[in-house]
Design a protein around this ligand. Structure first.
Ligand SMILES: [Zn+2]
Length: 101
């Protein structure tokens, strides 16, 4: 079974079938950029101005909390088997439902 899959993958690169119906790309005109960037609030402004640092910090916090058995969104203890506390697990479930609907 696995061998068959490999063969399939190999043959795929040799003869690429063109997709039958690709919707024509509609290029939206980009809004004119003003020299001064406007952010809806100061939190977003801070985020965009410090993206690299903020994301690096978030990543390391995530791994540290996960290792320590803490919720990755706050400092509470996480539920067994997941990376969230019960509160943030519920919140995440809501987000997932919205994203998947
Ligand atoms: Zn939490």
């Amino acid at each position: 079974m696995f061998k068959k899959l490999l063969e399939k993958l190999k043959s795929k690169s040799a003869s690429k079938p063109t997709p039958a119906s690709t919707p024509t790309k509609v290029s939206k005109p980009k809004p004119a950029k003003s020299s001064k960037k406007a952010y809806p609030n100061r939190f977003l402004k801070f985020y965009h101005e410090n993206k690299g640092r903020v994301n690096k910090n978030r990543r390391s916090m995530y791994t540290e909390h996960r290792k320590a058995g803490l919720c990755v969104r706050c400092t509470k203890k996480s539920a067994p088997g997941i990376v969230f506390c019960s509160y943030h697990q519920q919140k995440q479930n809501k987000y997932n439902k919205i994203a998947r609907s």
